[in-house]
Design a protein around this ligand. Structure first.
Ligand code: SF4
Length: 148
């Protein structure tokens, strides 16, 4: 199963912010994009979505930038992946020429169960869990702003 680019970018963004001490200087969207080696335009879309979800906040003005909210720090990786990926099946059985097995396909049921098991395995993990060693120290090394 392959995740959408935006799903991975959302997780990368939250992980990047999870190692920042907001009091020392929050990174801008442009800085996060540079740190995560992604195009600025993609980053802005993901940041807007995460802000709408209440997982990060954007502070304006001098010393402004992006900061993880408490909800963002505790966010479930599984819930986040579900939210960005949507609820669609991993196989599109109906578009174009509908598959003739569609009315009674055991494979589709099996794939749905596998998809749910994939999400369920990510449910207990939080953003904070994802920045434990060795990932957190690695992120500290590539960030451009003062860190916790
Ligand atoms: S074989 Fe089953 S899972 Fe595959 S396209 Fe057909 S209905 Fe869908």
């Amino acid at each position: 199963m392959r995740l959408l680019r935006s799903t991975d970018l959302a997780l990368r963004t939250l992980m990047r912010l999870a190692v920042v001490d907001g009091a020392d200087g929050a990174p801008t969207t442009r800085e996060v994009a540079a740190d995560m080696a992604v195009p600025y335009t993609h980053e802005t879309k993901v940041v807007a979505e995460l802000q709408k979800m209440g997982l990060l906040e954007a502070r304006r003005g001098r010393g402004g930038g992006l900061a993880l909210t408490e909800a963002g720090r505790r966010a479930s990786v599984g819930a986040l992946v579900r939210s960005f990926e949507g609820t669609g099946d991993v196989v599109d059985c109906e578009s174009g020429t509908p598959c003739p097995l569609s009315p009674a396909c055991r494979l589709r049921d099996a794939l749905r169960r596998a998809q749910e098991a994939f999400y369920a395995s990510l449910d207990p993990l939080t953003v904070e869990d994802m920045v434990a060693s060795p990932t957190g120290p690695l992120l500290l090394g590539i960030t451009t702003r003062p860190t916790a």
